[in-house]
Design a protein around this ligand. Structure first.
Ligand code: PNW
Length: 521
């Protein structure tokens, strides 16, 4: 062939290469071969059947029945998963997940923790669910407590009462014993930060208590001790035979300095990260105790010579330290942080927020969502995973929640597909480039569900549900199809490489064009 023929052929090949669709962004790759892929839910948000089969009242039943949730919404029926759990398992199977994260309702299993009596019917429900998952080759990732505190425990002072350590430990012991033959991944608590700050600080969440100066600190203290005791119960009684893992799930924004070149902004962001994630992660993954900066700033803002931050005893510090096999991470968004100046005239919520001496904001350029607090900032995810790697010595992390809302539930949810693609790509970079020890990911959520104080108005699902239709049919959104593909391919393979379909298309188009140029041209 002479150069007059070769040149057009090269051009044709370049053209074909550019012509074929290349999905996604700037980075491709696969996840480790044993990566856990799943979807997440929690009991009160999906089960309904709020007073069936011996279940007792919990703080979210009480709170929403009192009209404190969006337009009078309640979790009384929700997605009716109590009755439709087999349908849910089929949805999971269709997506192709390896794992399903769900939570147990304490009030089904031990309706009156003060007596400690176990309700066999409640126990049976989760046994059936676990068996059904196993029949479908789906591995359970079980949250023992996802916010639905028995009302009887709220009535004796909730997490301000130290005796909850014992009541929680008994509950954990019951479920380890009942399900530990098949459950190998346990999460003791979901998001203590939200429980303590939004339940007892701002009062936006059940039980609606607004005591920001003291109650959140006391709540966190009791929850950390409860977690540690449950972890040791597992070690002492079950680990040898059951051989599972016990972790805890924490929520955290990435705290970014508003001005990354300003030293005081960088310090402020670190302080915010320590007050947020460090509040729980430092005692459990680093030293047994709260971060120093938190101790200093709470004391500094308390009456002289005192602190509103409780102290752990030496024995408790030893029990807390290292009391988790993995860190469950719920991550949605990023905040910008700068230090509060004395003469700043800003509205602060008091107590825990004042103690940090920071101002939080977001970049107006960040896309929003169906929730006031949730901005789409994918790069923050990689930064947070790296912060965890360096701060806590690269512990095993399972991302137990990540997702985005809208308010209309559209099945053509391109914004959700874009969110997931971008965030999961950042996680892939954190694993493949930065060597963060992330072993799994469960997206929030399997389906639209009861979004706490925001009722059915804020929708996180990859399946749509029309809550006015008694059938509560689950309809896959585009994001469900996205997950199916992501899990099958275990990542985002480079569409220009090792892809048989794309290669054969290219060869075919090239041959046709060569034929046209050569014989007709
Ligand atoms: C988590 N915030 O809650 C919970 O674990 C889920 O049950 C919930 O449905 C999901 O995230 C979406 O909200 C959060 O204001 C609630 O930062 C509020 C915040 C974070 C997490």
């Amino acid at each position: 062939m002479d150069s007059g023929t070769i040149f057009p052929l090269i051009l044709i090949n370049v053209f074909v290469h550019l012509l074929l669709p290349v999905e996604g962004t700037d980075y491709y790759g696969r996840f480790p071969s044993n990566f856990m892929w799943g979807l997440a839910t929690s009991a009160h948000q999906i089960e309904g059947a709020w007073n069936a089969s011996g279940k007792s009242e919990h703080i979210w039943d009480r709170f929403c029945h009192a009209g404190k949730c969006w337009k009078g919404d309640t979790g009384d029926v929700a997605c009716d998963s109590f009755h439709k759990y087999m349908v849910d398992v089929q949805l999971l199977k269709k997506i192709g997940v390896t794992h399903y994260r769900f939570s147990l309702a304490w009030t089904r299993i031990i309706p009156n923790p003060l007596t400690g009596k176990v309700n066999q019917e409640g126990l049976n429900y989760y046994r059936q669910l676990i068996d059904e998952l196993q029949r479908n080759n789906i591995i359970p990732l079980v949250t023992i407590f996802h916010w639905d505190l028995p009302q009887s425990l709220e009535d004796i002072g909730s997490w301000a009462n130290d005796s909850l350590v014992g009541y929680y430990n008994h509950y954990a012991d019951v479920v380890f014993k009942a399900y530990g033959d098949k459950v190998k991944h346990w999460i003791t608590f979901n998001e203590p930060w939200v429980i303590c700050w939004m339940g007892y600080g701002t009062g936006e969440y059940a039980p609606g208590i607004k005591e920001p100066a003291t109650r959140p600190y006391k709540c966190a203290h009791t929850i950390i001790k409860s977690h540690a005791e449950a972890y040791h119960t597992y070690n002492d009684k079950y680990r040898n035979t059951q051989k599972g893992q016990v972790g805890i799930t924490m929520n955290s924004d990435f705290m970014a300095p508003k001005d990354p070149h300003n030293k005081s902004h960088i310090e402020a962001a670190t302080r915010a990260q320590q007050f947020n994630l460090g509040w729980f992660a430092h005692p459990i993954f680093k030293s047994g105790d709260y971060p120093d900066v938190m101790k200093n700033y709470v004391a500094k803002n308390s009456p002289q010579g005192t602190s509103r931050l409780p102290n752990f005893t030496a024995q408790e510090i030893a029990r807390n330290n290292g009391s988790a096999d993995f860190l469950g991470l719920n991550h949605y968004t990023t905040s910008l942080v700068e230090p509060l100046r004395r003469n700043d005239n800003v509205h602060v919520t008091g107590g825990y927020i004042d103690d940090q001496e920071n101002i939080l904001s977001h970049d107006p350029a960040w896309p929003g969502s169906g929730s006031t607090w949730l901005f789409v900032v994918p790069w923050g995810f990689r930064n947070l995973l790296n912060w965890i790697r360096t701060e806590y010595g690269n512990p095993q992390v399972i991302v137990t929640e990540n997702g985005v809302t809208d308010n209309n539930g559209t099945v053509q949810d391109k914004h959700r597909v874009d969110y997931y693609r971008a965030y999961i790509t950042e996680m892939l970079k954190a694993i493949n480039e930065d060597k963060c020890n992330v072993t799994g990911y469960t997206a929030w959520s399997l389906m639209d569900n009861f979004e706490w104080s925001n009722g059915y108005h804020e929708k996180f699902g990859i399946h749509y549900i029309n809550f006015s239709d008694p059938e509560l049919k689950r309809v896959p959104k585009d994001s469900a199809i996205f997950f199916q593909k992501l899990i099958t391919e275990n990542g985002f393979p480079d569409p220009t490489q090792n892809n048989a379909a794309v290669c054969s298309q290219k060869i075919f188009i090239s041959l046709v064009l060569i034929f046209l140029v050569y014989f007709l041209g």
